[in-house]
Design a protein around this ligand. Sequence first.
Ligand code: ATP
Length: 680
Amino acid sequence: QATIKASGNDPYPDWKAGEPVPYAALCTTFSLVEMTSKRLLILSHCSLFLQQVLRLTPKDLLPTVQLMINKLAADYAGIELGIGESLIMKAIGETTGRNLAIIKSDQHEIGDLGLVAAKSRNNQPTMFKPKPLTVRGVHEGLLAIAKVQGHGSQDKKISGIKKLLSAADAATAGKGSKGVDITKDKGGPSEAKFIVRFLEGKLRLGLAERTVLVALAQAVVSHEAALEGKTVSAEKVTEGESILKTVYSQLPSYEEIIPAMLEHGLFNLPDVCKLSPGIPLKPMLANPTKSITEVLDRFEGKEFTCEYKYDGERAQIHFVAPDSVRKYPAATTTLQRDSKGLSSIFSRNSEDLSKKYPDVLAKLDTWVKDGVDSFVLDCETVAWDTVNKKVLPFQQLMTRKRKDVKAEDIKVKVCIFAFDLLFFNGEPCVKKSLRERRKLLHECFQPVEGEFQFAQFGNTNVLDEIQTMLEDSVKASCEGLMVKMLDTDESGYEPSKRSRNWLKVKKDYLAGVGDSLDLVVLGAYYGRGKRTSVYGAFLLAAYNPNNDTYETICNIGTGFSEAVLEEMHKALTPMIIDRPKPFYAHSSVPKDQPDVWFEPRLVWEVKTADLTLSPRYKCAADEFEGTTGGGKGVSLRFPRYIKSRDDKNPDQATTTRAVAEMYRKQEAVAKESTGKRGVD
Ligand code: ATP
């Protein structure tokens, strides 16, 4: 419950009931949010604004929320903006008549394209006053830009951006005023600034998606109470937040939830918005452990089960039989249709992988038993050796094409290992115990060797037996074990949560530092000797969700094959930017700078021997300020490249907090064994 209240009743006074939400009103709120780091105040600003939307123009609630979370649609829709700097600079130049060289030099000096756009906008001579932007207009404009494809798409995108930018800040344009002073108030509520940042994929307001969800719940609860002439209690607000969080975790789609909420009210949402085939949910995640004894301590006295941890790609398979299609309207647009019904495979990130695995979907009817009308399965796809009938290492899977795979061209066969059932024949099963879900899974699906199998499991709590199972899993080309609570409420499926009821025991943890890290590539160094035509080493960073920054953690030059280096050179070259983004936390010492900087796009899995503190890197530096005297971040010693994590976005990289935690754990263990450990 917010204890800090934003001042004023309505954040934006000039908009009238029934009018489209002025984009300027949203930007005013963004600017208020940008000016504070207090979470409760941010929440309060957002909630107040959303209440105003609900009161005046509820039909714009959906695009308003989408613009607030920097997403034009739910993840499964596959709509991505992330437009590169050079295209945006070109569009700013063409809109404002400013020379590209000047814009580039501004960008060099200011380092924030949003502010460069705001500044450029002020210089623009205005012949006529453009019509003010609206939230729905901006949403439509951005969506059109995102959807442009094919021949001449660059020019079309530029023209779409120009259209938005030339209408931006209509209120200040043409008044002969200097408009936004970019040196003050972080640039203020400039529309051009926020449009450009949206295009870049980062609003940089310190506004987490989760905060918007909570603000939305608070706003709706207050609004619904006001309509009934009631006052709102703190308990009611908390209940509303909890309902919306649960509903969203099972049906992560504002396109589905917001219209239903407006029609039926927030408190009735659980009856109308349920987990459903066609809307992928964010998978449940596990916590790392360092030893089997840690597992036994955690699960003491509880029934648990160990499953092989297959090393492939997470796959959420959705299916609706032809006769049931009308029950799931969303599925008709999101799933692939064939004579057997609707089906699709979604990645861990809700990306539709159906075009990568058409062979799996084509054979679906061989492993689905009669009488099954709909399901959502949680599985791992692994590469399969058809001759020796066994699992192949992850690297084999990566050689498969990502898109438009034709069945006849497939060289690497895959097998699906199913480990959970989330929805079955019209009913979500996430609240059932794992024992019940597993029973249903085994009863209703038919294993087919090398195509669809159940994850190997053993229900034991005997240390030696778990140890043997771990060794067997490794021999079977798996990464280790997943240990899961089996009975009671604690064994329910918790979408999108890193749960303490699922533990991962990887073979490497037992010897090393713990989990591997997923890090974002920020820069590179030119190669020497044999590697002159490619990059020889890279600068990596962890993600800090609190202030939306990427904090450098190591240089890496080990673990790459020649082929991987070539492939990375090809992938990274178009992502080169002139200078580091303002949201990169890195050393300012000249000798520490990489030869080139990149847009933050690629995520790599990396292993390390050890963690240390170093002034050269900035990861979690603020957390160790007290102990190191400032300036030292956590860094990796002897980092080694493992694989590219195409299924993760940069903001799903390992967090700086998780890195700090790993470092502290390591230090605690070292202290225990040696009694001392220094900082280098
Ligand atoms: P995280 O998902 O924890 O952020 P990650 O993506 O790097 O990290 P891992 O540490 O490899 O994942 O562990 C979890 C992943 O293991 C799951 O996302 C899933 O893809 C895979 N997996 C393989 N076998 C199983 C299983 N039996 N049960 C659950 N997950 C499994």
